[in-house]
Design a binder for this molecule. Structure first.
Ligand code: AN7
Length: 357
């Protein structure tokens, strides 16, 4: 029986028989073909797949790292964990702390989030999972600085991706892709925020694919209003509709650059308009879902194809990092609200008329 992402690939994880595995059966997410997006790239013979990370237990890829971080925290007897978050990390940390408590380990979870910039679905998850949610008057980068300091000064474990166990756990998505395709893809397109995930995927491909030339090129995409790696300097006031990646000073900046350089990839930016267009395409033309920031991977693929950076006959995997239900507000804002709010008489003939019969 499937026992979660750590026990699926224990040879690559820092666990032993003594480690209490705190799992919610994360991982084993679907890799689905995206023929419409493939067509839009206009690249001959291209195959495009979406890795549906929104299918994880709390609806994002963070669960893969959190199962490791929380298992290791519990192993060493931690009683409190803390993180800063644009939303998904907080939902995941809160859920795994609840799971730890269910298994008999007392573990309190504290999360710092930028006031007013966390999608409702994520905030509600952190709350119902029993975390203490503190909204700070600042952005993610401010919150991360605070929790880093607190974890140095007080007995509280940091579960942001600066925690190496988070990155280690997130490598499992790369293994799954290789297992599903029978090889690594040629390109891996992925949104970049704090840059932990691109770091983890690259480490995962290096673990799994011994021949360097058989590893994918890493194509990371930041939001244009929050693109410090692209610009080469910290962005003091990051802004983007993809609030998950509204980050101006990524913790894993150097590792992301290494992933880019070692794989002969790129880290580029996509505008909010490009992200929203891809967000619509993923829903309306493929039938799959994701949150706005996740669509940066597909927006990036479309941009890179226009620029001739994708060679014919390639296999491309785009990571859809989070579930579309996390952010109902953006979905509604992108839709025809006037039409949705109009009401009709409960009458068959009236409705038939509206349907155009
Ligand atoms: C849906 O939850 O940083 O480059 O605090 O939620 O590894 O940071 C979330 C990041 C992409 C970027 N897609 O990944 C947090 C947080 C979604 C995300 C990213 C995030 P990283």
């Amino acid at each position: 029986m499937y026992q979660g992402s750590i026990l699926k690939y224990p040879q690559f994880m820092s666990v032993n028989n003594q480690t209490p595995i705190i799992s919610l059966m994360e991982g084993r997410t679907l890799l689905v073909p995206a023929p419409h997006i493939a067509k839009l790239t206009k690249v001959n013979g291209i195959k495009v797949y979406l890795k549906m990370e929104g299918l994880n237990p709390t609806g994002s890829f963070k669960d893969r790292g959190m199962t490791m971080a929380v298992s290791k925290a519990v192993e060493k007897g931690a009683k409190k964990i803390i993180c800063a978050s644009t939303g998904n990390t907080s939902a995941s940390a809160a859920a795994y702390a609840a799971r730890a408590r269910a298994l008999g380990y007392p573990l309190d979870c504290f999360v710092l989030i930028p006031a007013g910039y966390v999608a409702l679905g994520k905030l509600s998850q952190a709350m119902i999972y029993g975390a203490k949610v503190l909204q700070v008057e600042g952005n993610f980068d401010d919150a991360l600085n605070i929790v880093k300091e607190l974890s140095l000064q007080y007995p509280i474990d940091l579960v942001n991706s600066v925690n190496p166990f988070r990155i280690e756990g997130q490598k499992t998505a790369a293994y799954e892709i290789c297992d599903d395709l029978g090889a690594a893809p040629d390109y891996l397109c992925i949104p970049v925020g704090n840059a932990g995930n691109i770091t983890a995927y690259w480490a995962g491909f290096k673990d799994y694919i011994k021949n360097p030339s058989a590893r994918p090129k890493m194509f990371g995409f930041q939001a244009a209003g929050a693109a410090p790696i692209v610009r080469g300097h910290i962005v003091e006031k990051p802004e983007t509709i993809g609030t998950a990646i509204r980050i101006g000073n990524p913790a894993s900046w150097k590792f992301a650059e290494a992933a880019r350089d070692e794989s002969k990839g790129i880290i580029d930016e996509v505008t909010d308009d490009e992200m929203l267009e891809a967000y619509r395409i993923i829903h309306d033309c493929e039938g799959f879902n994701c949150e706005p920031a996740s669509a940066a991977s597909v927006a990036g693929l479309l941009k890179a194809s226009r620029q001739g950076k994708i060679i014919p006959e390639s296999t491309v995997v785009c990571i859809l990092t989070g579930n579309g239900l996390k952010d109902p507000k953006t979905a509604m804002d992108q839709s025809d609200m006037a039409a949705a709010e109009k009401t009709y008489k409960a009458d068959e003939n009236v409705i038939a008329g509206v349907l155009g019969f």
